[in-house]
Design a binder for this molecule. Sequence first.
Ligand code: NAD
Length: 466
Amino acid sequence: MTLTQSSGIPDAVAAARGRFERGLTRSLSARRRQLRALGAMLTENESAFEAALWSDLRKNRAEAQLTEISLVLAEINHALRHLRRWVRPTRVPVPLVLMPAQARLVPEPLGVVLVIAPWNYPVLLLLSPLVGALAAGNTAVLKPSELAPATSSLIARLVPSYFPDGAVHTVEGGVPETTELLAQRFDHIVFTGSGTVGRIVMRAAAEQLTPVTLELGGKSPAWFDDSADIAVAARRLAWAKFTNAGQTCIAPDYVMTTPDRVPALADALGTAIEDMWGRDPHESSTYGRIVNDRQFDRLVGYLTGVDPAIGGTYDRTERYFSPTVVTFPATDRPAVGPDAAHPVLQEEIFGPILPILPVASAEQAVQVINGWDKPLALYVFSSSPGIRRLFEEETSSGAVVYNAALIHAAATGLPFGGVGASGMGAYHGSYSWRTFSHFKPVLEKPLKPDSLRLIQPPFGKLGTAL
Ligand code: NAD
């Protein structure tokens, strides 16, 4: 069922609940059927998805496949491969004092899951959580982002044909529809988006005591030092930063290095940008656009008071914003967050501007990171085991990646999620399965022998009055 009218929202949730309560999504075969239906929805409509992503974000076909469609399909295949093992109860040892007895953990679905998605990866971030929800035997209500309207309406149109029995529903819309949705009762909510809206979601969920997974953002730092291969490091940094025109939650937000490395790093980033998107990325068919005027104007604002080492050009009619690198002078106390010297270092950039922040040492970089919110990811481009250990042990982040960026999101064996201000809870692979299941402890004790008598009154001597 698809709804675009807010008045139908309670009906959509009730239908998803009715479907769940009839137990129709619980069997192994039902779960497999739903997962295959989701896979078919993507593969049979590949070109429609590619066209929608082009229309919403000017995402080219390679990127649509690499960073959205193939990742959802990989999640589906992973779940299908492991589902039989996941659904089995696991035996748990029982302490001697409780013997004879047997204990096990029985995974059960939670019920109805609400998935609220952002616009930047509008297929991946809506459908990847859905894989886990369906694998765990739940039904779901999807709320795609209104800021990726082509993708939103495509999904709303396809869902009823691929889930005709109503295990998945779509509610399209923006703030009023999401507000109404959040007033309904769900059994789990996965929200991907900003910390500001994350707080609204968590407050609404608290009213219903609904558990939440919050996938939020923040400023993900990168460190670069001279022991790393500068050309490869710069190419990986530029790719991670400027893919999807920087509108990636785990894009490196800023890069820190020592002052002597700043010119060489800026040069190498320039070469990497030219290698990937040509002399004029405006002409490149593989360079994206900014999602809307509001975001575009915000990014243009960041150029005030900086002197770009690379790029810094834009075209509002097309919402084209060139890959841009800005450098800052070295200071005694470099900072990131509310106390930083410039707005581009104060807020999550979420666009194609990469500041290079000079710091005296890796230790000072650690202080900068620890001076503000825990980031979603930390990227360390260094071959030195000591430097890697320093960052890994002295900072906290959703994930750490050495000598690369973004790619951890494709490792189905790793949980994906933030910590502190960058989010709570995690998903992907078996972690999605855990997120959307309740592991119910079941303990079985025979009536004979009646061994519980030992812990029941009158307790012999121990039971006498003191
Ligand atoms: P957003 O928070 O503005 O919107 C996300 C969703 O919330 C949308 O579906 C939107 O309709 C809904 N929403 C917006 N305002 C609302 C309100 N007042 N009440 C109820 N619902 C509301 O985020 P966005 O602009 O779509 O995405 C950008 C943010 O998302 C960035 O901070 C980015 O880092 C983060 N992000 C995080 C991840 C991750 O996996 N951790 C992935 C992508 C994006």
